[in-house]
Design a protein around this ligand. Structure first.
Ligand code: GDG
Length: 466
């Protein structure tokens, strides 16, 4: 069996015992089980960042190959095309898209640089797994240089509807680039449908079956592979924090008070202002919860160099101030808003202490926090998950209270329903959710994806220029 070569925008730290974030955990586990190489940006911005400066390091059976970016590449590829064009548009925020031609040029050039960096290290039977929207043109750059490897792509974020995707500048080029892969994987069935519908309307691709197309003489597989978590590991972590005193305090307080929790990167796709408004609506509608319900929002800083992120941060600060100003008392504040990254063990513990997990993104490829919240619950006294219908996770987690995050009234009603939910119903919902999450875990995700990639047929290379 060939080595696995995983490529993502950033590499994680292979030397660390625990990785943060689903992508890093999934990739490291897959690499450790088959041996292989992880290629990605080092996270550093350097003046002399050409492909020949890539760093190679080996930990046990895994090699990491890191690429550095110049100031301009960081600006135009990462902040520019990836995070000002693809991220907002794929999350249905065309209004926040900021397209410039130099972004697309640089995006293609950085993908070429990744290809140049990887090629000298490739063996003939390597299996290449490319992750996410930063690297859509990577296969086409590798093919241009003669690679006939099996190359798979997995999109961690949503694939938008036809109308939205066709509004993205250079969408035709992105489509041609995607069609250079042998397997194109998405999180949900809905993403697959959107992509197939787009291909039917905008390409000559011939559908041999719902998930297999023929295009320019090549076969390309398309599928949904919902990413999972290691539920057992996350549950264990929720008991590992040495902050036992706080746990007891929070747990006891749940007798009279309860905590509603959310944890997200501070991103406009996560629906934080709408969620705060929904919590305000809940307090407005049910004043008996004043002094009893607390909403804890952990918002880890993200992409602070992009204006839209600074704007949302200011909006949240204003909203928190307004709600707390209106309702806080000497010994209670309705919203606790923490705008920093907190340790993973602490996050797990806080999930376990919270009666309600309020996960209401406006759009999300999957949303791992929803799965982590369930994994952290205590089976005897489980909390309730309120989940946006626009999170990919909603396709699987049917026993959550599914809501429309734009409808603050509906979300407020769901908080109320959760607050009074009988224990029996809580346990039934939790039982179904934890089985789903444990059965469809991170291991299954990578196994199914890699099995599908190993079984595709490869043939003559094709290329698509920018
Ligand atoms: C993308 C897609 C898809 C959050 N705050 C803290 C913290 N986190 C951790 C969570 C979770 C991870 O970060 C976030 O994962 P999500 O899936 O919720 O969201 P994205 O970062 O947007 O991820 C998403 C995912 O890729 C995987 O395919 O599900 O749809 O957008 O693990 O727990 N971790 C720590 N401190 C924090 O403050 N340590």
């Amino acid at each position: 069996m060939g080595r696995l070569v995983a490529v993502s925008n950033r590499t994680g730290d292979l030397g660390r015992k625990t990785q943060t974030g689903g992508l890093a955990v999934g990739i490291v586990d897959a690499l450790k089980s088959s041996g292989g190489m992880w290629v990605g940006w080092s996270g550093e911005v350097a003046d002399d960042a050409d492909a020949s400066n890539a760093q190679l390091e080996t930990y046990e059976n895994v090699t990491s190959l890191t690429v550095s970016l110049s100031v301009q590449e960081h600006e135009n590829y990462y902040l520019g095309f990836a995070n000002k064009v693809l991220w907002p548009s794929f999350h249905y925020r065309l209004d926040l898209m900021d397209y410039r031609t130099e972004f697309a040029k640089c995006y293609a050039a950085v993908n070429r640089k990744f290809a140049d960096t990887i090629l000298p290290h490739l063996r003939n039977d390597d299996l290449i797994w490319v992750h996410d929207y930063h690297l859509i043109p990577l296969a086409s750059e590798l093919r241009r240089q003669g690679s006939a490897h099996r190359i798979g792509f997995f999109l961690h974020i949503p694939f938008p509807s036809v109308d939205v995707f066709s509004a993205v500048p250079r969408h035709g080029w992105l489509r041609e680039c995607l069609l250079q892969y042998d397997l194109i994987g998405f999180q949900t069935k809905n993403d697959v449908q959107n992509f197939c519908r787009y291909l039917k309307e905008h390409s000559e691709a011939k559908f041999l079956s719902p998930n297999l197309i023929k295009w320019k003489g090549r076969m390309i597989s398309i599928g949904n592979f919902p990413i999972g978590i290691d539920a057992g590991r996350f549950s264990a972590m929720s008991h590992e924090s040495d902050d036992g005193i706080e746990f007891e305090r929070t747990r006891r307080s749940r007798l009279k008070r309860f905590q509603v929790i959310s944890a997200d990167r501070l991103d406009y796709s996560k629906g934080l202002p709408q969620r705060m408004k929904a919590f305000r609506k809940f307090l407005d509608s049910y004043p008996e919860y004043l002094g009893r319900a607390e909403y804890l929002q952990i918002a880890s800083p993200s992409r602070e160099d992009v204006t839209a992120y600074a704007d949302i941060r200011a909006e949240l600060e204003q909203l928190t101030g307004a709600v707390n100003g209106k309702y806080a008392d000497f010994n209670w504040a309705p919203i606790q808003y923490i705008n920093r990254n907190i340790p993973r063990e602490k996050l797990a513990l806080l999930f376990r202490c919270s009666l309600i997990g309020l996960i209401t993104p406006l759009r999300d490829g999957m949303n791992l926090v929803a799965k982590e919240y369930i994994a952290a619950q205590d089976a005897e006294d489980p909390g309730i998950l309120i989940l946006s219908k626009f999170a990919g996770a909603a396709e699987e987690l049917e026993d959550a209270l599914i809501v429309n995050p734009y409808d603050t009234n509906e979300v407020a009603q769901a908080i109320r329903r959760a607050a009074i939910m009988p224990m029996e119903e809580r346990r039934t919902r939790y039982g179904n959710l934890i089985s789903q999450i444990s059965d469809h875990d991170a291991q299954l995700w990578q196994d199914e994806y890699l099995a599908a990639l190993r079984s595709v047929q490869t043939d003559a290379p094709r290329s698509a220029g920018p």
